[in-house]
Design a protein. Sequence first.
Lengths: 457, 457
Amino acid sequence: MAEQFVTLEKSFMKLLAEKKYQTLKDVMATMNAADIAAVFEDLDEERTPLLFRLLPKELAAEAFAELSPELQEHLIRGFSDKELHEVVSELYVDDAADLVEEMPASVVKRILAQADPEMRREINEILRYPENSAGSIMTTEYVSLRPQMTVAEAIQRIRRTGVDKETIYTCYVTEARRLLGTVSVKDLLLAPDDNTPVSEIMDGHVISVSTLTDQEEVAQMLSKYNFLALPVVDADERMVGIVTFDDAMDVLVEETTEDIEKMAGMLPSEKTYLRSTPWDLFRHRIPWLLLLMVSATFTGMIITGFESALAAQVVLTAFIPMLMDTGGNSGSQASVTVIRALSLGELELPDLPKVVWKEIQTAVLCGAALASLCFLKIMVFDRMILGNTDITVMTAFVVCLTMALTVLAAKVVGCTLPLCAKRLGFDPAVMASPFITTIVDALSLLVYFSIAKAVLF
Amino acid sequence: MAEQFVTLEKSFMKLLAEKKYQTLKDVMATMNAADIAAVFEDLDEERTPLLFRLLPKELAAEAFAELSPELQEHLIRGFSDKELHEVVSELYVDDAADLVEEMPASVVKRILAQADPEMRREINEILRYPENSAGSIMTTEYVSLRPQMTVAEAIQRIRRTGVDKETIYTCYVTEARRLLGTVSVKDLLLAPDDNTPVSEIMDGHVISVSTLTDQEEVAQMLSKYNFLALPVVDADERMVGIVTFDDAMDVLVEETTEDIEKMAGMLPSEKTYLRSTPWDLFRHRIPWLLLLMVSATFTGMIITGFESALAAQVVLTAFIPMLMDTGGNSGSQASVTVIRALSLGELELPDLPKVVWKEIQTAVLCGAALASLCFLKIMVFDRMILGNTDITVMTAFVVCLTMALTVLAAKVVGCTLPLCAKRLGFDPAVMASPFITTIVDALSLLVYFSIAKAVLF
């Protein structure tokens, strides 16, 4: 893929430099909207308006919808009102609503001025829904049928109205805007008799979402049921739009990226990495770094509290990183597993006792294995091979016992915190590695020094 | 969703206990295959064969395809040959191939014996492709059209053969099995003239994948182009099957879960959390824990090397956890961002210099912010409020300088390692938090003690 792309870009540059516009026009007409957008993103911004004007109308709108907000804005600023009108009127309503949401006020005004009244109304309707809700990602363009229509009439209606609709393959049977059932084009085409009324072949067990349903839940439902689209109904159970599978796929990818960013202690960002400036990255990363640095004060205080003991047994210090890291890793394994299972809907709050019990058993297995190997490592490698005679059997014992207890504490904390966060209405994803590490650090040091004090002094 | 489910399960249990089979049958006939599978998974295994027999034939096969391999095996072991034949012949070929792949040899033998010769041939064909390749997830059932057919003939053909095909909405125009173009049912339905030949309305710029293309790449292409399905061609450019969007969505979710597991230092697992035994969890988690514990030996050796210095300045020990954690967090922020961008295809190897430069700038900003706040914290909180008079301005200076340098090293290591791993053909996802932490720990301690030795002694 990537290599193909580089070649394509090079050809584009050459053709542009040689002003071979007809060739460029012919090449672009054979391309896919997504690929055209990708090439545009990599070109010098100044060149894009010229190239864009070479695209056939419909393809131009499709490619436009795939561009980054920055490039969209750049293009719009160069458009005449007529050009803007052409692009906007070819956009699907949900793409137009996305566009309006991203642009600065002055550009929005121009866009809305160039949209047909009908589209303007629909854009505004979508924009009224809260961010990340089904209403905000739905499109209001879908094929609706009446229950008493025959199969032949239904196919006629699709043929007549379908060209503007984002998906025509699932049609919605409504009466007074109430959703009665769905019928697929497949069902219509495969119906044995053209005169069968739609109501007889439709599927009346409709799964729908509300305008306020979270977009991630909508995407997961689409993925679970393998639907092409899900109908969206308002508070009065009236159908207002559909969410299509391609938008759901995008939502799944975006939401997962956000989860991953949160799990690594970052504020989620909407820009891709290459488009983010160092200042963007800084702003998204520094809050958690500061918070976690400050909270490490407690760990420091624990060490200070045991300073005199440490001064007498400096050898204990050498094992602090190993204990802290193993604890942190054990904890984040548990928390990340639980967070992912929560966001895939595999786990629910009532599963907490089951989860804790499973993690305790796992921790005992891991703790035993780690402690045994650690004991061997300390006695053979550190004491015999490195010849560190400060290390006694008792030191090794203290380290290994701490190891086992730390792993246990880490796994229990790691699996409990995300579930508790969910219970309290917070996002479980922030309860991942960095946060768990800080807690487990403090716990492991407390255990370490307490056991050391009891056993060694 | 979840609450609905619990209620449904309870009703099922009651109806089962009261032996109201007719009611159960009626209820299940109204349900979706995915929901039926979810209820089955939660029921006592013993009850499932009885319930399964109450399902209408087609729905039974659909629900069967959604079940976990464990439950599938349990059901098959209870099936008569006739029942097995009924289920297998209703399965889509790709689902049947998945089934064969998951079952133990004795069960596979029975399944293949009950499959029609045609299906057996197709299953075997799919199974010949390497795991995670497009060939292994494709289905061989699709609608193919000849270029010289008219629109009316094409619609006729879909009506006649479409009922068995997994998706009918994109049809493939082939000649001698060579793929000439695609035509959607939408194009056919909206064609102005029924007598137009298919070759005139088909899209000849076909995007296809090879049987050996990685399934993740296929899923990303489907998501990028918003296609319902992608055609799969063999080495001779002959069309052999299609990958549909619903399978692509599953692949995206699975591959991301694997990435997340790897990033948290676990071997990827195919079982869901609730289905994994503690022993499963142990086996997937212990390898990295052991490896990372052993590698912490180096960190320990660094501390031991500076033991005499530490004994003289025990106060330095108190800052070790803060320095290690901040370094680890900074590094994993960079590595996780880069890993995610790599797996979304936003970053490529040639971007390395750009990435490193961006991370250096970000590190300078983060390092400056963290070091300043840290200096303030040490002087005001640790020294004045806690009254720790061992802490001098020079100590604070050493800690803060180490902090800034550690953040810089962590960000550079964090962004470089995943890209290097990719270059060497390894999976970048393993170059995440745990691994980075271990390296950054060692680096930060080396820097810390070296600066301390130079400044304080």
